[in-house]
Design a protein around this ligand. Structure first.
Ligand SMILES: Cc1cc2nc3c(=O)[nH]c(=O)nc-3n(C[C@H](O)[C@H](O)[C@H](O)COP(=O)(O)O)c2cc1C
Length: 209
């Protein structure tokens, strides 16, 4: 597996920050409203929730995915545990008391985890449950840096109660928005697909109790 070194390069970090600032100001890609600017990183994200009733534990898997690789992982996990797909709109009404385990899944984008706010706000409701978090990104799973964004996103107290898993992701330039493609081109990133059904095994095992 090729190392995706550009994720940790200072050049990537700085270029991304400049491009995002320009985009939010409407300098790149035409005018953009205040709320649009605030939601810039949120737009185009597909959001979903999966409920799993298979295995020993009754589990719910909540995921965010922009280009589908995190969704693939969530669906593979759901299939392996007899999962049922539920739209995010129903997450707010979700009564977590019915679940033994809660799993969050989210890709890294620009060193951030879109789902982090939700996880933090749910901490009191997660007490007494098995909780896992799987991140999807461009790093190689054997690289300790693949934890870095996750470690930064959550305080020790939250991470102590949550098991971390990391799954390698995918990039398909042809399917990206012009903005993401521009960032990737500046990084000289090429298409790759490191997703694999095999890597979910430890998380499937975790959900068995
Ligand atoms: C604009 C952009 C920024 C990214 N930033 C990071 C990053 O900071 N760290 C990382 O490991 N991967 C990064 N990636 C790689 C994604 O995490 C990876 O492609 C993942 O599989 C995407 O998940 P999705 O298909 O569910 O949207 C980035 C990809 C894009 C297109």
């Amino acid at each position: 597996m090729t190392h995706q070194l550009y994720w940790r390069s200072a050049f990537f970090h700085h270029t991304l920050a400049v491009l995002l600032s320009f985009r939010a100001l409407g300098v790149l890609g035409g005018p953009i409203s205040d709320s649009g600017a605030a939601a810039l990183l949120a737009q185009e994200w597909s959001v979903g929730i999966l409920m799993s009733h298979g295995g020993t534990l009754k589990s719910v898997i909540i995921y965010y995915s922009k280009y589908g690789s995190t969704k693939d992982y969530a669906e593979w996990l759901a299939q392996a545990t007899g999962a049922e797909l539920v739209p995010l709109a129903e997450a707010k009404k979700l009564d977590l008391s019915g679940f033994d385990a809660v799993v969050f899944g989210c890709p890294y984008y620009a060193f951030r985890l879109k789902i982090a706010g939700l996880v933090k706000s749910w901490v009191p409701r997660l007490a007494g449950k098995k909780v896992a978090f799987f991140a999807v990104g461009g790093e190689e799973p054997t690289n300790p840096d693949c934890r870095k964004v996750y470690d930064t996103a959550f305080p020790d107290s939250v991470r102590a109660a949550m098991r971390f898993f990391y799954f390698p992701g995918r990039i398909a330039l042809g399917r990206m928005s012009w903005f993401d493609r521009l960032i990737m081109k500046l990084m000289k990133a090429k298409d790759y697909d490191h997703t694999s059904r095999d890597v979910i095994a430890p998380l499937v095992e975790f959900l068995k109790g």
